[in-house]
Design a protein around this ligand. Structure first.
Ligand SMILES: *[C@@H]1O[C@H](CO)[C@@H](O)[C@H](O)[C@H]1NC(C)=O
Ligand SMILES: *[C@@H]1O[C@H](CO)[C@@H](O)[C@H](O)[C@H]1NC(C)=O
Ligand SMILES: *[C@@H]1O[C@H](CO)[C@@H](O)[C@H](O)[C@H]1NC(C)=O
Ligand SMILES: *[C@@H]1O[C@H](CO)[C@@H](O)[C@H](O)[C@H]1NC(C)=O
Ligand SMILES: *[C@@H]1O[C@H](CO)[C@@H](O)[C@H](O)[C@H]1NC(C)=O
Ligand SMILES: *[C@@H]1O[C@H](CO)[C@@H](O)[C@H](O)[C@H]1NC(C)=O
Ligand SMILES: *[C@@H]1O[C@H](CO)[C@@H](O)[C@H](O)[C@H]1NC(C)=O
Length: 610
């Protein structure tokens, strides 16, 4: 595959595509595309051997491969219900579902969610005229091999997301991939080639011909959204997942419960949400949860549910006061926890064991159709909490450590018995010195040294250093300070200030400080949206487009083909363009620069010496 270093050589306008592909060449010809363009696709389940049932000519065999044809007039297909099915048998998502959805999404994105790119052209620019331009008639999708088992709920590394995209000078588009998810990624890239035309239902590219080969650098690319500290409605979560998928991230970590609220309905423990949620209309029902998981899976995004424990569980107190130690200790809460309300599941309690058995055997089978993972949390467990735990009454590590080991062993055995792989926060391994199963993925948040220690221990690691990839930092304190202490906290910065701007996020190499022979164990990372000061009103601009900077680092790597750190000068106009696309998709992402900076190449740089 030839590799072209071409950014801004051919055209001063942004050269589309975020995250940047592995190799990418394009021209500067205009091609138009109209709503009746057809998508030709064989279907994942029948590669090479059986005819697709609905195919117009139902002869069996390889010839029928390109006979599944979708276009805007295919009303049945457009109307097909995407609602999740309640029983396990038909729950879950297939490769065909993923491509079906990706075609619909691509069509909708190009024709209904496009944007007019005035910001990327000098003043007085005129959009191209359709008359003499080439038209794109069809997009051929070719699946090069059968999908792996569990294509929509893979373990890291088991789905090949690579794709090729070719748009020829005479308007033939072809996307090839080794999996349905790869086809979806390729269609995503395809949409990023087009701009909305003022004539309705018409879009055009300025970049034909195009040749792309692309594949992700890291296997696990995600964001973590806390939906427990403030209530985030289902629609807002789904919109966030859309943006995750559009950034070519493939994981959505739902931090679904915490000390402050328990918004997740658990039918076997009805009081958990009934009493632990902020209110009766702030609960994710069983159907909501299935819908969210399916909404992610069908976009090639695997949802990872986290029930953080044994700390961060105070909200269990409202339905099970006997299960929680040190509930809402006031006013000296900071002796017992990181933020109010304090509380931890008791560490040596058979009632807690029973509670977790019931919880897991209710919840995990509903996760199983959509995910290979379950996150059991384990961050910020404060030892002093257990001095107030009547089943322990100690804060001595020598007493607590074996109890914690037992707690986690039991927990993880159950996760495995229900077919899932456990993920934990780094403290379980690094602060509590627990022996974890080889399968356990350890998620780091505190430092690069922690990542190095995790992979040194042989575990797979997820990065997300809070100094770079915490999206909540820099908003200032959410705690109040009485007059007596206010002056010593002035100007009320939070612990991880300043605000992590996209350039800082973009500058972070996930492999920094990791020995070369252990780098394969860094399977990826996540940007984190903790929600102390985030709710639906500021959710989008708090995450986007900054999380997209992490998405490019995780997809494309922190360095370019020459091994140099990626240039923010090259990235800024592309990210600006991606931001416009997010806005067009209905995501209220913040601007990267003022329009002047991007209207004629990159006009806002400082320090041109190097
Ligand atoms: C755009 O930039 C080019 C090169 O810097 C310059 O020659 C041209 O005059 C600029 N055009 C406008 C409209 O600003
Ligand atoms: C598909 O798999 C083949 C063989 O492993 C590989 O060479 C190719 O790069 C992969 N991706 C695409 C898009 O063909
Ligand atoms: C649902 O899935 C779980 C876990 O795989 C399984 O134990 C259970 O029997 C399934 N239930 C139904 C109704 O199929
Ligand atoms: C844990 O509980 C058991 C039985 O309730 C008790 O015998 C044991 O001493 C407790 N362990 C600790 C460390 O407190
Ligand atoms: C345990 O509690 C004692 C007494 O409250 C306190 O002095 C000590 O610092 C605590 N130890 C830890 C590890 O927090
Ligand atoms: C884990 O090991 C470290 C270093 O040996 C030690 O400081 C720490 O107290 C241990 N933690 C527990 C819970 O035993
Ligand atoms: C590249 O980025 C890394 C941070 O990931 C930084 O430590 C290093 O100094 C940068 N290199 C150059 C040449 O700027």
């Amino acid at each position: 595959m030839r590799s072209f270093l071409f950014l801004s050589f051919f055209t001063p306008s942004a050269t589309a595509i975020w995250p940047i592909p592995v190799s990418y060449s394009s021209g500067n010809s205009v091609q138009f595309i109209s709503e009746d363009v057809s998508f030709n696709w064989a279907g994942a389940s029948n590669v090479g051997y059986v005819a697709f049932q609905n195919s117009p000519s139902s002869n069996s065999g390889y010839q029928s491969k390109l006979q599944r044809r979708y276009n805007a007039n295919d009303k049945d297909w457009w109307a097909r219900d995407d609602a999740p099915s309640a029983d396990n048998e038909s729950a879950g998502v297939t490769g065909d579902d993923i491509v079906d959805h990706a075609i619909k999404q691509a069509h909708n994105t190009i024709f209904k969610k496009g944007f007019v790119p005035w910001k990327f052209h000098p003043r007085g620019w005129e959009e191209p005229v359709q008359d003499q331009a080439t038209s794109i008639s069809c997009i051929n999708l070719e699946l090069l091999q059968a999908d792996p088992d569990k294509v929509a709920k893979p373990l890291a590394g088991s789905v090949d997301e690579s794709y090729t995209l070719s748009l020829t000078g005479d308007g033939h588009a072809t996307i090839t991939a080794n999996s349905s998810v790869g086809l979806a990624r390729g269609l995503n890239t395809f949409t990023q080639l087009f701009y909305k035309h003022s004539q309705d239902g018409v879009a055009y590219t300025l970049l034909a011909p195009v040749e792309i080969y692309d594949a992700p650098k890291f296997e696990h690319r995600g964001i973590n959204l806390d939906v427990a500290r403030n209530w985030i409605p289902v629609e807002d979560i789904k919109r966030t997942i859309n943006a995750v998928a559009y950034s070519k991230m493939n994981r959505f970590h739902l931090h679904v419960t915490d000390a402050q609220s328990w918004p997740l309905e658990i039918p076997a423990l009805p009081d958990l949400a009934a009493k632990g949620a902020y209110g009766p209309n702030m609960i994710y029902t069983v159907d909501d949860f299935a819908e969210i998981q399916k909404h992610a899976a069908v976009q090639g995004v695997e949802l990872i549910t986290e029930i953080d424990m044994p700390g961060h569980t105070s909200s269990v107190h409202y339905s099970g006061p006997d299960l929680i130690a040190a509930f809402n200790v006031q006013p000296d809460w900071n002796t017992y926890c990181a933020e109010p309300p304090c509380g931890s599941l008791k560490l040596n309690s058979s009632a807690v064991d029973d509670f977790l058995d019931t919880l897991m055997s209710d919840l995990l089978p509903r996760i199983y159709p959509y995910s290979a993972y379950f996150h059991t949390g384990g961050d910020e467990v404060n030892k002093n909490t257990y001095t107030l735990d009547d089943t322990v009454r100690s804060n001595d590590s020598a007493v607590l450590q074996p109890l914690m080991q037992k707690f986690i062993d039991r927990n993880h055995d159950q996760v495995r018995s229900l077919g899932l792989t456990p993920i934990v926060w780094e403290e379980m391994l690094l602060d509590w010195n627990l022996t974890l199963g080889d399968d356990v993925i350890v998620q780091s948040w505190q430092s690069d040294e922690a990542v190095a220690s995790i992979v040194e221990s042989g575990h797979k690691a997820l990065v997300g250093n809070y100094k770079y990839w915490y999206l909540d930092c820099g908003k200032g304190q959410w705690l109040n300070f009485p007059q007596s202490s206010a002056s010593s906290y002035w100007p009320f910065e939070d612990y991880c200030a300043p605000f992590h701007n996209w350039r800082l996020i973009y500058s972070k190499d996930p492999l920094e400080g990791v020995p070369t022979d252990k780098q394969h164990l860094v399977i990826g990372g996540e940007a984190h949206m903790w929600a102390e000061q985030t709710d639906p009103i500021n959710l989008d601009p708090s995450i986007w487009p900054r999380a997209a900077a992490a998405a490019e680092v995780l997809w494309s790597g922190a360095t370019d083909a020459q091994g140099l750190n990626r240039s923010q000068v090259d990235a800024a106009p592309r990210l600006s363009e991606f931001r416009e696309r997010l806005v067009a998709l209905g995501v209220r992402a913040e601007p990267i620069q003022m329009a002047f900076c991007i209207m004629n190449g990159t006009q806002c740089s400082l320090g041109t010496g190097g």
